[in-house]
Design a binder for this molecule. Sequence first.
Ligand code: Z5A
Length: 454
Amino acid sequence: MRSRLSRISAAAGGRRAAASQSAGRKLSGWFIAVEGGDGAGKSTQIDALTAWLRKRGFDVVTTREPGATVLGAKLREILLHAKDREPVSARAEALLFAADRADHVEKVVRPALERGAIVLTDRHVDSSIAYQSGGRGLDAADIAALSAFATDGLRPDLVILLDVDPAVAWERSQARGDAPDRLEAEPAEFHARVREMFRSRAAAEPSRYIVVDAGEPAGVVTGIIEDRLEKVLPLSAREVAEAEAREKALREAREAEQREQEARLAAERAEAEQEAERRRAEQEERRRAEERRREEERKARERREAEERARLDREKAEQQRRAEADERAAKVREEEDRRQVEADAEQRRQSELAVRQAEARARGQAREQATRELEERAESEARTARLVEAARRLREASASADAADSETTAVLPVTQGPDKPGDNGHYDDDEDDDDDDDVPRSRWRLGNLGKRKS
Ligand code: Z5A
């Protein structure tokens, strides 16, 4: 497709500009001459190429030299079939072929080229040079100049030379059964020189010639020519239109595809943006949820910490309350213990006091008894100074002891007893005391006094 498209521009530009020219005037068509010896297969290939080119959409005009115009037909008759007449001189022959060519170009070829047709002509100027120069021996430059004059400078764009051995071509012609014309009847050397002139002209200007081995089968020859033409011919108007239509369709398809791709990309971008936005929203929602979770955790932690502090405060208060209660209980127990101790001590003291009082009372009673006995005995004995004195000292001693006991037993009332003095405040002296008793009693009292002092 690319090569065909490039050929569209080539058709519109340089290649067609280089096409048929005549006296500096450009012609839009293509001028192709098919050359070769007799029976090379020119007619056969022109028919095949015409069909092929028309199939591709070209406007194809097939023509020939000599004989394409009314004048040409008469000249052909003179040139090829004038056996019975006077032979035509070589220069006259050249001029007649040139005359035919001039009429042919003016009336057939140029009009066709001007309208853009491809003109396929069976023989043209190369035949004149090949036959009238190569064959007849006229100057090639003179023939070329004569032909240029006849065509007004028009030259074929392309020359297809069907090169074949003249003997082979002769056999083909014989096979058709046609009687050979005046030129066909020329000897083999003539035809060899003709062939050589064709080949030398093609070799001198290879870009304008397609030389095909016409000894190959006709179909093979046609294929070779088509391949070569394919490379140099412009596209037909129809092919150009088709190519332009294809190019337009391709361009529109590409534009549609591009629009579709852009729409798809835009949709993908939009989808990607939506996806990105959705992900951002999800991330934001996750972030907020995480913040809420952390805030709830923080609050829960603070609640737990507050509850823990409250619990600790309660425990501390409870501990303090218990400690205070324990302290109070301890104090109470301590107070109770102290009181108990005091009570026990007091009880013991009271007991001891009672014992001591009892003992004191006993001792007092004993002393009183002893004193009384002593007094009674002193009084009873009454008479001895020593006993009286002893009684007196004993009484004094007893008084001292009583004083001491009184101090000890001050808190206790002195019970009535044998130690209590009588109503007169004196212990009764036992007047009846026996003197015998005085000594032991005094001795006991003194002994007790001595113990108490110690
Ligand atoms: N002449 C000249 O002297 N100076 C000029 O300036 C000009 C012309 C313009 C015109 O003769 C004569 O004028 C010519 C040159 C001279 N004379 N000579 N000699 P013409 O136009 O009437 O005839 P031609 O051109 O010489 O011969 P032709 O019969 O037309 O041959 P052809 O067109 O080249 O061949 P064909 O008709 O296609 O085929 C011939 C037979 O061969 C036929 O049966 C085919 O079926 C067969 N054939 C074709 N190709 C093949 C292949 N490849 N293999 C086998 N068989 C094939």
